[in-house]
Every structure is written in structure tokens, then in C-alpha cells.
Design a protein around this ligand. Structure first.
Ligand code: NAP
Ligand code: G4F
Length: 344
């Protein structure tokens, strides 16, 4: 089996690629040219699988339709997982055109390539709970109306709907995974969970004094990325293409996350967390709580990682990372750039 994965260098890109390689797939992934190295997450997979031809990487971009077309035509994958996106909600207010373009141009290009292929290629679209807008405290499922509140979410609604249009119009096997927030030790460091656990590790090691956050009252349904990519895979193996929510069915505030993360190392978050209005968004999604019962009954998918074990796993990894940074700092091999505002 051949899978084509966009966004292979991201958090989900790593976990999904690992899962597919473990299942014997050949994985073809797109990477972007960058002025600094951007394959850090998948470097262990590259060193293990690239030489044997099981993992192949290509320079491309969701906005470069011609390169995506050429790749799909020459690779003829069995499955496409479209994970790539400008995935940071706050950044999408600052780069609205680029953020929405990636979710408009990318999916249409890939769906057109699937439509025009002689092969029956399955297509996965990375949809998001952000599309719901978090207006009230209802539990959200596949039938809930979308009320997007950011350029990011508007782009994702487009990608979601166009996948359904191609499924219904051309009989394409196109699925939308409506995933609630999922985190891991590989989560980008500008998302709130990782920002907190990175700070906890460094504060514990006396490399950082404070962490500045925005809205502590926002509530999210947070799961573990490793569990969620299993759900993506199961959606693609289901007999009928459809849309499924993946969530834990529990929601927690940013404050609760911070409290638990600092507690893991015996500290009180109130002594270290500062509030900074730069981290407030023009429009906030206040509350997200998902109902994963359709995924459970139809796919047999279940969340396996509790909130407390997710926080523990992330803190443990980031304490180890900070210990290694401390050694490098002491040898003068690293500069403490993590408190520069532009980085968080
Ligand atoms: P992530 O860590 O931010 O990874 C995003 C990936 O997309 C990276 O590989 C990035 O490449 C790539 N990318 C960005 N812009 C691109 C472009 N124009 N062309 C090609 N590639 C581009 O995100 P993630 O957490 O793994 O999430 C994966 C997908 O699921 C995203 O579409 C996200 O919106 C969606 N989603 C995520 C969550 C969540 O909680 N994690 C929940 C729901 C939906 P670089 O490494 O070069 O930047
Ligand atoms: O960690 P976040 O930036 O994630 P957000 O906005 O929920 O988006 C993530 O999950 C979506 C699924 O629902 C994905 F589609 C999307 O791609 C991304 O992966 O922020 C979570 C909450 C927000 O309410 C934010 O206002 O935390 C609040 N927050 C408080 N202080 C902060 C901070 N967020 C960030 N990034 N940084 C802060 O300092």
C-alpha cells in the first residue's frame, strides 16, 4: 500500500507516518523548502526508512498545484492524507489570506487529482473542532452546525465541505476527520499545552523564570495525537466514506492544564504564570467538548490516554529536554532564546 501524506513534518505527520510504516505502507511525504532544517520530528523515521525506499520525501507546497498533480500522477497512491495547513489559529488572524488559501487550494487540487486518476484513491481531510466556534457548552458531534470564528476555521469549513461535495458528486472516497485538540511531546511549541510544558521543564531546571499566557478560562477537549492518528487510519479503512468526530468527551480549561503541569514537578502555577494581552485573540473559541460516540460505534475507535496521563507524558519529556538544554547552555553551545516574544 502507498500513502501520500502532506504535512509529514508536523506533529500528526510524524505519528501517522510511523503508524503507516509500522503497517507496511510505503509513505510518500511532502516537505517545504525552508531556510533552516524542518524535518526534526521525522528525522528518526528518515534514518530508518528512507534508504530502503519505504519513506520518500518531495519538495512541494499546498499552494503549488502543479507539483501536487505531478506527484499524485506519478506515485498513484492508494490513500492521500491531507494534514498540511497553517494550523495556528492566532496566526491565521495575522496571515488570513495565506491561512485560508492553504485550506482552499490544497484540498481542491488533491481532490481534482483523485477525480482525474484512473485509480480509486482514498482521500482524508484534516477537519477541526475549531469549525464549531465554541459558542456554548453543548457537546459537539457530526451534526452540529459550524460557526467558524477565525480565518483558520473558515478555511477548514471550506475544505470540509468541498470534500463532501466531491464525495457526493463524483463518488470519491473522501472522509473528514473532525478532530478535537490533540497534543503530544511533539506538539508545536507555540500551542498552549506545549508552551506550558516547555516552560515547566525549563523553570524546574532554572532556565526560565515565568511564562506569559493569554486566556486561562478557555476550555478544550484535549487528547493524545498518537491515539488520534489511529482514528484517521480507521476512517480510511471503513467501507463507506463519511465524517467522524475524534474527541475524548472531557473538557478542561487552560488554567487546569497549567495547574496540573506545574504540580507534576511540585510547583504552583500561580507563582510562574503571567497574563499578557498579546496572547488574546480578536475572537475566542471559549469552550469545546466533543462527542466521539459515532467513531466508537462505527470504527471501534476509543481515546486511550487520559487528560492527566497526557499532561504527565508531556511534562516528563520536557523536563528531560530542559536537562539536556542545561548541559548545552553550561558548555556555551546554546543561547536561551525561548523568552523572545516572537517565539511564542
Ligand atoms: P502542525 O504540527 O502545525 O503541522 C502542519 C504541517 O503542515 C507541517 O508539516 C507544515 O510544514 C505543513 N504545512 C504548513 N503550510 C503548508 C503549505 N502551505 N504547504 C505544505 N505544507 C504545509 O499541525 P498538526 O497539529 O500536525 O495538525 C495536522 C493537521 O490537522 C492540520 O491541518 C491541522 O490544522 C489539523 N488539526 C489539528 C488539530 C490538533 O489539535 N493538532 C486538531 C484538528 C485539526 P512545516 O513543518 O514546514 O511548517
Ligand atoms: O493551543 P492553542 O493555540 O490551540 P487552538 O486554538 O485550540 O487550536 C488547535 O486546536 C484546533 C482544534 O480545535 C486545531 F484545529 C488547530 O490547528 C490547533 O491545533 O489554544 C488553545 C486555547 C485558546 O483558547 C487560546 O486562546 O488556549 C488559549 N491560550 C491561552 N494562552 C493560548 C495562550 N494559546 C496559545 N497558543 N498561546 C498562549 O499563550
Amino acid at each position: 500500500m502507498k500513502a501520500f501524506v502532506t504535512g509529514v513534518t508536523g506533529q500528526d505527520g510524524f505519528y501517522l507516518t510511523k503508524l503507516l510504516l509500522d503497517k507496511g505502507y510505503q509513505v510518500h511525504g511532502t516537505i517545504r523548502r525552508s531556510s533552516s532544517f524542518n524535518t526534526e520530528r521525522i528525522d528518526p523515521l528518515i534514518s530508518e526508512y528512507e534508504e530502503g525506499g519505504l519513506l520518500k520525501l518531495y519538495y512541494s507546497d499546498l499552494l503549488d498545484s502543479s507539483s501536487l498533480n505531478n506527484l499524485i500522477n506519478s506515485i498513484e497512491p492508494d490513500e492521500i492524507y491531507n494534514l498540511a495547513a497553517q494550523s495556528h489559529v492566532a496566526v491565521s488572524f495575522k496571515n488570513p489570506l495565506y491561512s485560508t488559501q492553504t485550506s482552499v487550494v490544497g484540498p481542491i487540487t488533491l481532490l481534482e487529482a483523485v477525480k482525474n486518476s484512473k485509480k480509486d484513491i482514498k482521500y482524508y481531510q484534516a477537519s477541526s473542532s475549531e469549525m464549531f466556534g465554541g459558542i456554548d457548552s453543548n457537546t459537539l458531534n457530526e451534526n452540529t452546525k459550524f460557526r467558524p470564528k477565525s480565518p483558520y476555521a473558515v478555511g477548514k469549513v471550506f475544505a470540509h465541505e468541498i470534500t463532501k461535495v466531491y464525495r457526493e458528486s463524483y463518488g470519491i472516497f473522501g472522509v473528514n476527520g473532525i478532530l478535537f485538540n490533540h497534543e503530544s511531546p511533539l506538539r508545536g511549541e507555540t500551542f498552549v499545552t506545549r508552551k506550558i510544558t516547555r516552560a515547566v521543564g525549563r523553570i524546574k531546571n532554572m532556565l526560565q523564570e515565568k511564562v506569559t499566557l493569554g486566556n486561562l478560562e478557555a476550555s478544550r477537549d484535549w487528547g493524545f495525537a498518537g491515539d488520534y492518528v489511529e482514528g484517521m487510519y480507521l476512517m480510511m479503512q471503513h467501507s463507506i466514506p463519511d465524517d467522524w468526530v475524534l474527541a475524548t468527551g472531557e473538557t478542561h480549561t487552560v488554567k487546569e492544564f497549567a495547574e496540573l503541569a506545574f504540580n507534576e514537578v511540585g510547583l504552583n502555577y500561580q507563582d510562574y504564570v503571567l497574563i499578557d494581552s498579546r496572547h488574546q485573540r480578536p475572537n475566542e473559541v471559549n469552550y469545546l467538548l466533543g462527542d466521539p460516540s459515532k467513531a466508537k460505534s462505527e470504527l471501534g475507535w476509543e481515546n486511550k490516554t487520559s487528560f492527566s496521563s497526557l499532561v504527565k507524558k508531556m511534562v516528563e519529556e520536557d523536563v528531560l529536554l530542559a536537562e539536556r538544554e542545561k548541559v548545552l547552555l553550561e558548555k556555551g553551545l546554546l543561547k536561551p532564546t525561548w523568552e523572545y516574544p516572537i517565539k511564542n
